[in-house]
Write a protein that binds this ligand. Structure first.
Ligand code: GLN
Length: 538
């Protein structure tokens, strides 16, 4: 089958959940037996979101091949259960970088280099790239930003060109808009959608399907009105109503026959009705929990939920697997002190110390680790959280009062977490990061082995600092064990305290590979440990 291309643009407002709609459509097509992937085109000038503050942009999602990408790629992977890669996230910065590098190399033979055709050609090349691999039947491209923004215009222009360059049955355009409900007038309003579609059409792109985000059901009359004013077929106006879980959205869109419209327009023959049994069974478990636990998420980006998106989703997955409602309580790391740790954390069934960069909040995280270690509350440290567990242990068990990571204190006399020698000479941000999938060898008989049930695993990384092996012997002798190491480099991946009911710290990011139908095993066991803790207290 020839590869088909679906484009998803958004209008009226940002944060409508374009990523979820794109991922849901992909899920439905995949459930029909098609090979699908999604890619995101972001209009900002950063080469990748790796250097963006999580406050502004939410979490940075890391792929197997070590690309730092938009958090929507996390949704794609969670919905589809397949890996994305570097090629699935393109930014304006990347496009310009390629074009300008080519210009410097003389590739344009003295021509004036312009947005049209040079920038748009590069955008189109990338839009079609994954299709050329022959690995996919359908490529869904989500165009970031809102139609009408100056920034996203070259992307929309590239789409306009492809609309004519690709065979008609290979191209489909979906526009996602918002139908606001005015409480005072008790009415759903279509005008913003009309304007948004007009804007898109004035750029030369004709939407085949309009997906309307709404909090109330759209009546047939309203759908007809939108179709009439927006120049689409009446059956091609579909609603995406507010859902109780993002994982319910594919089912809602299936009811609206979105996947059927798409396969019809793209002339895709021979697919079966979507098989969504696994998703439905996950949703049943999620909807009817029999137990409940409270987990503290100690981090410094607590104001913005998106900053810990994959961690929160991992708790949704692990909760459903255990028929347990996991209430995640955000605790601002900067607020935790030795004096208030008990009152802030004492009622929790588990304590997770989050990843992070920079010194701010580290002392609070160390206090949270100490409280978890001493009180026997299940503890799970991720990346910086694991590093803080090592620092806490070195300070309060080994008695090295100034033990630290050199990220926070470059002059410490006990750098238990440090840069590796070969990293110290590189200055470019990002240049020294350990990114993407690395193998980890797990020691038999450890908690990690009970959790994963195998000796060799692979998880994704995104960090610069490492456990300093010069302290390995002393730390182990005092009761903290290294239960996971990278077999190629000997770098420490997992630490644990066997005398504690559940204490584990991991240098990697297990949250990135958790899926609704396959929760990450550490999250799964952490939730189990939290349930046990709560039951023991009752
Ligand atoms: N800042 C730490 C490092 O660079 C941890 C990073 C993280 O938590 N992702 O090693």
């Amino acid at each position: 089958m020839r590869t088909k291309y679906v484009f998803v643009t958004g209008g009226v407002a940002s944060s409508l959940g374009k990523g979820i709609v794109a991922a849901s459509l992909a899920k439905l097509l995949q459930a029909r037996g098609l090979r699908v992937t999604i890619q995101k085109f972001d209009p900002y000038l950063n080469i990748d979101p790796g250097t963006l503050n999580p406050y502004e942009h939410g979490e940075c999602y890391v792929t197997e091949d070590g690309a730092e990408t938009d958090l929507d790629l996390g949704h794609y992977e969670r919905f589809l259960g397949v890996y994305t890669s570097k090629a699935n996230n393109v930014t304006t910065g990347k496009i310009y970088n390629t074009v300008i590098t080519k210009e410097r190399e003389g590739a344009y033979l003295g021509k004036t280099v312009q947005i049209v055709p040079h920038i748009t050609d590069e955008i189109k090349r990338r839009m079609l790239l994954l299709g050329k691999t022959g690995r996919f039947d359908v490529i869904i491209t989500e165009v970031g930003g809102t139609v009408g923004d100056m920034e996203s215009q070259p992307f929309v222009e590239a789409m306009r060109q492809l609309q004519w360059e690709l065979p008609e049955e290979d191209f489909l355009s979906i526009h996602l808009t918002l139908i606001p409900y005015l409480r005072a007038a008790k009415e759903l309003k279509t005008k913003p959608t009309q304007h948004s579609v007009q804007e898109l059409q004035s750029l030369g792109v004709h939407p085949d399907i309009i997906v309307c985000r709404t909090e109330k059901s759209l009546t047939p009359e309203l759908r007809r009105k939108i179709a009439l004013f927006c120049n689409v077929k009446p059956g091609h106006v579909i609603q995406s109503i507010d859902a109780w879980s993002i994982y319910q959205v594919p089912l809602n869109l299936e009811q609206e026959r979105l996947d059927q419209l798409v396969v019809n327009k793209l002339e895709i023959k021979g697919t079966h009705a979507p098989d969504l049994e696994a998703l439905k069974s996950f949703l049943r478990r999620l909807r009817h929990p029999e137990k409940e636990v409270r987990i503290a998420l100690v981090g410094k980006y607590v104001e913005l939920q998106d900053a810990y998106k994959s961690i929160l989703e991992s708790f949704v997955h692990a909760g459903a697997a255990n028929l347990c409602k996991v209430e995640v309580v955000s605790v601002s790391a900067e607020q935790v002190t030795a004096d208030n740790a008990e009152s802030l954390l004492g009622q929790m069934d588990g304590i997770l110390v989050a990843p992070g960069f920079g010194e701010r909040g580290q002392e609070g995280k160390i206090c949270a680790v100490r409280f978890a270690r001493e009180s026997g509350i299940p503890f799970f440290g991720i990346c910086l959280g694991m590093q803080m567990a090592v620092v806490e242990f070195a300070r309060n068990v080994l008695g090295y009062a100034d033990a630290a990571t050199t990220e926070a204190d470059p002059l410490t006399t006990h750098p238990v977490i440090d840069l590796m020698a070969d990293q110290k000479t590189t200055t470019i941000k990002g240049g020294t990061m350990r990114l993407g999938a690395y193998r980890c060898h797990i020691a038999k008989g450890s908690l990690a082995y009970r959790i994963y049930g195998e000796e060799e695993i692979s998880e994704r990384h995104r960090h610069r600092y490492e456990f300093n092996n010069a302290y390995l012997e002393q730390i182990e002798a005092a009761g903290m064990k290294v239960s996971g190491c990278n077999p190629d480099t000997g770098l420490v991946e997992i630490v644990e305290i066997p005398s504690h009911p559940f204490f584990i710290g991991v240098q990697f990011h297990p949250e990135l590979k958790s899926r609704p139908e396959h929760p990450n095993p550490i999250f799964d066991h952490f939730v189990k440990a939290a349930i046990a803790r709560r039951e023991a207290r009752q």
